[in-house]
Design a binder for this molecule. Structure first.
Ligand SMILES: *Cc1c(COP(=O)(O)O)cnc(C)c1O
Length: 406
């Protein structure tokens, strides 16, 4: 597979990890349902159990020993993602959240200190407070815009600096190379949640990240029907990460792996389209009087725009807008009459979404400067003009109610 690296990502997405002639020429890797996997002889039994850990770069699959550790359905997807991520290893997990928790557990032990970005996907915070604390790991939250200033928070026992860029809900872009330089000097591991950028728009390893987690649920799955995560790591961490995932008993069902692999093939064209549509809506919102500001790093007005331009090659379709303060019934009029945007959590599918967002319980290291409500938008694959018209009608409804109430 190594020779394929000269091809552009778009091309590699189509061919990566597919080995049709292993499977009677069938284009997509078949779905293997398995618990027991039989060995044909004692020698083969011993061989498979003493096989080296996977190194997809060298064409070495993980050994097939038992369903929970994976089948060709698992390994071909991992190999594809490994190639796209240019990683040492990629291991699938049961959800985006479990990728976060397994990654943290792979690198932390009792007595360690963890630096966690204030804008991490919210359940990550809960995990730090309710699980890691119980096992003697202390967490300090930091301002996502801290950059090299992270040096001031490092302690002798800081084992990991966890990043997410752009940050959840509010889209601050982190200076990952500056953070990684400080962390590595102090011997700490750098983790990054790359769900927003995906490997297509951000290469965390080039920025100095050691372990990447991504919610496959979002863009790779892409059709709002799969929950899955991945951990990609450099060679230095791959055994540690893979064995932690295995020893926790993570298992990803073969039908879901099949859907994720299918999503991967069309991911580039979907991602590019939702990103373009999202940016068009974001620009349109910037011109509206009801909007205080739009939190989208690809907008020139975004405070981290220069960092985004340096470290990302594109944008996905997820961003937020801070509305000027309005009475609650006016806000309800905005949401309740939308016909194309569904109200729901998650994102990355073909359909557009809005999510009422309250970050006040989710932040401790930073103070939020705005008063008005935050609306998180996700633009799907509908026609951008139709989406803008839906939002425009919503803002008109909102203004009409606000005028009566005010
Ligand atoms: C959705 C999401 C997750 C969690 O993924 P699940 O598969 O829903 O558990 C993690 N990080 C980010 C940034 C996300 O958007």
């Amino acid at each position: 597979m190594a020779e394929d690296r000269q091809h552009k990502t778009r091309t590699r997405l189509i061919h990566a990890g597919r080995t049709p002639h292993e499977f009677s020429g069938v284009v997509n890797t078949p779905v293997f349902h398995a618990s027991t996997v039989l060995a044909p002889s004692l020698e083969a039994w011993r061989q498979v159990r003493s096989a080296p850990p996977p190194n997809y770069n060298e064409g070495i699959d993980a050994p097939i020993t038992y369903g929970v550790s994976g089948t060709p359905t698992t390994y071909r997807l991992e190999a594809a993602l490994c190639e796209i991520y240019k990683a040492g290893d990629v291991v699938m997990t049961s959800s985006g959240l479990s990728a976060i928790t397994a990654g943290l557990l792979a690198v932390l032990k009792a007595g360690d200190h963890l630096l966690m970005t204030d804008t991490a996907y919210f359940p990550t915070r809960k995990f730090c407070e309710q699980v890691l604390a119980k096992f003697g790991v202390e967490t300090t939250y930091y301002d996502p815009r801290i950059g090299a200033g992270i040096a001031g928070l490092m302690r002798p026992n800081t084992a990991c600096v966890y990043t997410e860029s752009p940050g959840s809900q509010t889209f601050e872009v982190q200076d990952i190379p500056a953070i990684a330089e400080v962390a590595h000097k102090a011997g700490a591991v750098v983790m990054m949640d790359n769900t927003w950028g995906t490997p297509l728009f951000c290469d965390p390893f080039a920025l100095g990240v050691d372990i990447v987690n991504e919610a496959v649920t979002k863009y790779i799955g892409g059709h709002s029907d799969v929950i899955m995560g991945l951990l990609a790591s450099t060679r230095d961490y791959s055994e540690q990460v893979r064995s932690t995932v295995r020893l926790h008993g993570h298992y990803v069902a073969p039908d879901d792996l099949y859907l994720a692999a299918r999503g991967l093939r069309t991911m580039e064209i979907r991602l590019r389209q939702t990103g373009e549509t999202g940016l068009a809506l974001a620009r349109w919102l910037e011109g509206r009087p009801e909007i205080e500001c739009v939190l989208h790093p690809a907008l020139e007005s975004h405070p981290d725009h220069a960092l985004w331009k340096r470290d990302f090659s594109g944008c996905s379709g997820l961003f937020s807008a801070v509305f000027k303060p309005v009475p609650d019934q006016a806000l309800a009029a905005f949401y309740d009459g939308l016909t194309l945007f569904g109200m729901g959590a998650s994102w990355g599918g073909f359909e557009s979404l809005v999510k009422p967002t309250d970050i006040t319980p989710e932040r401790s290291a930073t103070t939020w400067p705005h008063e008005g409500p935050i609306v998180r938008f996700y633009t799907g694959l509908e026609d951008p003009d139709d989406l803008i018209a839906d939002v425009e009608a919503g803002l008109d409804r909102m203004r009409a109610i606000a005028a009566v109430a005010g």
